[in-house]
Write a protein that binds this ligand. Structure first.
Ligand code: GLV
Length: 329
């Protein structure tokens, strides 16, 4: 039997599925250190990860490893140049999380715009004595302008929901999406600067790459309206969190909603002291149904990539399909 490492706790029934095909080493404890990851991958043919960094050093320590299946759509934890050099396949879990993640983007955006978390903290602190005409005034979603940066599958699911709120949709993306998608979403393609100047609510849904590092920093925040909100459901590092703290404190923008952070789970401590930001612990895809679908898809990818099961040799979501069938380097 081939050997695999499942680097994180996941649904036990998915582990049982994997055990039908593989000898499974399952880490049910804390996140593995790089050293521990290397030690446990030394004799493995495949691995299932969720955000664990896999670079050239880890691959070098795992000479038998042929596939790493990430239980996430984002795979910035994989050094794909190293994967390609070693002929190791990477896979991810796109599509199954689009709708749940888009729902959550709206939840955060609405919570930020309508000051839900901030007012709840105030209420819990026992400060509510009387009704007040200007208590926690926020900004409207309905009839406003949504700005989506990153118009991939999740960005499109997010923009589709704007119809019900009668919002104008602006978007910015590496490349323009097909005209029929623009028409369906009633979305206007604009430059990043134009979007930041015009949008009432900006949502980030782009992958994290070197080029996207600090896509939103001091200069970009300065372009936004003082009444605008910023929501990040993409990845930490896309926003300069220190610059955001300053902008929120100075009310250069009204509010923010963050699900992801630079250096998470160790976030910039200043964020915890800013009232006009809603903070959640990277849970945009976290519904029972969606996390199950992601875990099963990650298992499907691993099973197929290691030549087992009904789709042997044809994993559904290869990132670097060109290495399939090549000998490990
Ligand atoms: C979650 O952040 C994912 O990339 O799926």
């Amino acid at each position: 039997m081939q050997k695999i490492l499942v680097a994180r706790p996941i649904f036990p029934d998915v582990i049982e599925r994997l055990q039908r095909y593989f000898d499974v080493d399952w880490n049910q404890g804390d996140v593995l250190s790089a050293q521990e990851l290397k030690r446990r991958l030394a004799d493995k043919d495949g691995a299932l990860t969720a955000g664990d960094p896999i670079g050239a050093d880890v691959l070098a320590a795992a000479p038998r490893l042929r596939v790493v299946s990430n239980m996430a759509v984002g795979y910035n934890n994989f050094d794909m140049a190293a994967f390609n050099a070693a002929n190791v396949l990477g896979t991810n879990t796109p599509d199954v999380l689009n709708e749940s993640t888009a729902d959550f983007g709206w939840a955060l955006m609405m919570a930020a715009a309508r000051r839900i978390a901030e007012s709840e903290h105030w209420l819990r602190a026992g400060k509510w004595q009387k009704w007040s005409y200007d208590g926690f005034l926020g900004s409207d979603l309905h009839g406003s302008t949504l700005g989506v940066i990153g118009m991939g599958r999740i960005g499109q699911a997010l923009a589709r929901r704007a119809r019900g709120f009668n919002m104008q949709v602006l978007y910015h993306n590496r490349s323009r999406v097909a005209p029929e998608i623009e028409a369906e979403l009633n979305a206007e393609y604009v430059s990043k600067q134009d979007l930041l100047r015009r949008a009432d609510h900006v949502v980030l849904v782009l992958p994290y790459t070197k080029e996207n590092h600090h896509t939103i920093g001091t200069a970009e925040l300065a372009l936004m309206k003082p009444t605008a909100t910023l929501t990040n459901i993409a990845r930490g590092g896309i926003v300069d969190d220190a610059a955001l703290v300053e902008a929120l404190r100075a009310k250069r923008i009204a509010a923010a909603g963050l699900d992801v952070y630079e250096g998470e789970p160790n976030l910039n401590p200043d964020l915890l002291t800013v009232p006009n930001v809603v903070l959640t612990p990277h849970i945009a895809s976290a519904t029972e149904a969606t996390r199950r679908a992601m875990a099963n898809l990650a298992a499907d990818n691993l099973i197929a990539a290691l030549g087992e099961g009904p789709r042997a040799g044809q994993p559904p979501n290869p990132i670097n399909a060109e290495v399939i069938g090549r000998a490990r380097a």
